[in-house]
Design a protein around this ligand. Sequence first.
Ligand code: PRP
Length: 217
Amino acid sequence: MNPQKLVIALTKGRILDEVLPLLEKAGVVPSETIGNSRKLLFNSNLPDVQLMVIRGSDVCTYVELGSADIGIAGKDMILEYGSQGFYEPVDLRIARCRLMTAAPTGASLDSPRLRVASKFVNIAKQYFARLGRQVDIIKLNGALELAPLMGLADCIVDIVDTGNTLRAHGLEPRDFIAEISTRVIVNRAAMKIKHERVQSLLQRLQAAVDAMPAVKV
Ligand code: PRP
């Protein structure tokens, strides 16, 4: 951990377009446009704040192990990572969706050994274990909707927002697993050692969230 710097790990991709305006409201602006370069590490308007841009699944690793002090990641990534090794103090209430099972419309899922495709293998395992169901989990990295269509799996565990992607592939949402939104996570040691700076940023982020118009879910 660098005691001088406050390192914030951001999740790259779509979520970033919603996170950057919130960060700006909280007083943190990257010193150059993120997304226009191959760079992964950015300085900011605040001399002691650095921004990393990485995959959501890696944000948890960096924050738990202390190479980043603060992380911004989807709750899906946090649940899949599965560790209690950091704090999760602020819900940014953006990128809201649900983690669900989904299956071909009308299909029965009664087979004694269900084949479940997901990129969230830990979440899927835990969910079906809670139900006491024997399942074979098939790890995929994307385009999960194709798995039932192509006969690879009976159902999937995936993110559902509008449900359009499911419908477009003849699937329907089945069981609700978890509410998902973007969360702020904080390394445990950084919360103590850099307490004032971390708390001040968390308060400003929370104020930015509170100022957002309420969204109907
Ligand atoms: C997610 C998810 C679905 C889609 C759901 O994919 O995996 O494919 O969004 O959204 P909808 O209910 O509004 O159709 P994402 O675009 O995040 O990328 P991914 O394929 O890498 O998971």
